[in-house]
Design a protein around this ligand. Structure first.
Ligand SMILES: *Cc1c(COP(=O)(O)O)cnc(C)c1O
Length: 364
């Protein structure tokens, strides 16, 4: 990015950043989503001024009026991406332009204002550089970046709000790739996640609110994730609560459910399709049913299944359970192709595999 972004971000002093020793302790084994850094980005929008008041300042509580519309009608969207550290020590983002574009597609579906893509990327860049001390030193660690936008007008009528806030916060994340990462066990839910014409392809908090009961059911029965079927026929596999799915066949081809409006268009999904095709593998974006999944796993035609998304990148699915019984995929552990595609993607993100697509944005 050489052009100046369309907005100036004012840097506010931090009166009391977390002391170094406390920070080091917090990032030694951060897990996921519980540790946060010192700073955040905040930008406001209203009808008259558009986007204004951009600041990079202390991460602190925000005050909301009890009538703030997000609290009543859930006009909220978010993104999730990571800053990685390349082998030469430089921090880098992975395809942040795609997150910026997707935020705006979500914004359009939720009747919210779009944020210029260069402002999104510049905001992320500045706060990551500001809090680079928070980058976890554990092998395979990253800084998880959570940009989000919500309606902040005090008004109880039902219409799109006239005021919004865009924030970016950062959370140091541990390593998902400890060697021998096990395959996950998934539960096929009777609940559905998204209906045709609904908000399934928008990254909005409301989709997640609706997924919590089915996810709780999966956990209660000892599974790691939920699989959602389509809402019309209750037959076609859509995705997990927060990850897209790929099916691998014994002829070396892959199938992933098509983006027909009820599935979240994952950036990891898109990257895997590209990398698999480069490996000479056929990838078909087509519907695949739960019945076929079960039959093909039993016959051996299906050899692997994996889920993908920013948080865990690529995770093998080993076991599937649902009301109609359980089945195992392949050996029940991560398969060859799953491992190969994961290593390739992670290699690009970490700078050990050549980035031939211009996906990696160095932050120096
Ligand atoms: C964010 C998300 C994904 C994964 O998207 P990535 O861009 O790959 O991180 C998949 N499904 C749902 C429902 C999501 O919210």
């Amino acid at each position: 990015m050489t052009d100046a972004p369309a907005i100036d971000i004012a840097h506010l002093p931090h009166p009391a950043p977390v002391p170094g020793a406390t920070r080091e302790q917090a990032i030694a084994d951060p897990g996921f989503g519980t540790v946060f850094t010192d700073h955040m980005i905040s930008i406001d929008w209203d009808e008259g001024e558009g986007w204004h008041g951009a600041t990079l300042g202390p991460r602190e509580p925000i005050t909301l009026d009890p009538a703030a519309s997000v609290l009543h009608y859930a006009q909220e969207i978010f993104e999730g991406l990571k800053a990685y550290r390349l082998t030469d020590g430089t921090m880098a983002l992975f395809r942040p332009d795609q997150n910026a574009a997707r935020l705006n597609r979500s914004a359009r579906r939720l009747a919210m204002p779009e944020l210029p893509e260069d402002v999104f990327v510049e905001a992320v860049r500045q706060v990551v550089l500001k809090d680079s001390d928070w980058f976890p030193k554990v092998e395979g660690g990253s800084l998880y970046i959570r940009p989000f936008m919500f309606a902040n007008e005090h008004f109880l009528g039902v219409r799109p709000a006239k005021k919004y806030k865009f924030l970016v916060i950062l959370s140091p994340a541990g390593n998902y790739f400890k060697s021998g990462a096990p395959a996950v066990s998934v539960w096929v839910s009777e609940y559905t996640r998204a209906a045709p014409g609904g908000t399934g392809e928008a990254k909005c908090g409301g989709n997640y609110a609706a997924s919590l009961v089915p996810t709780g059911e999966a956990f209660a029965q000892g599974h790691d994730q939920v699989v959602f079927l389509d809402a019309v026929e209750r037959k076609w596999i859509e995705e997990l609560g927060g990850m897209n799915l790929f099916f691998v066949f014994d002829d070396g081809t892959l199938v992933t459910p098509p983006l027909t409006g009820t599935i979240l268009p994952g950036i990891t999904r898109d990257s895997i399709i590209t990398l698999a095709r480069e490996e000479g593998l056929g990838v078909r974006e087509e519907r695949y049913s739960l019945d076929s999944w079960k039959e093909d796993a039993a016959s051996g035609r299906l050899t692997e299944t994996f889920a993908c998304g920013t948080a865990a990148v690529v995770t093998a699915v080993g076991k599937v359970a649902g009301r109609d019984g359980n089945f195992t995929i392949g050996s029940g552990g991560p398969g060859q192709l799953t491992t190969k595609l994961r290593d390739r993607l992670v290699g690009i993100q970490r700078g050990t595999v050549e980035d031939t697509h211009g996906w990696v944005m160095r932050l120096d």
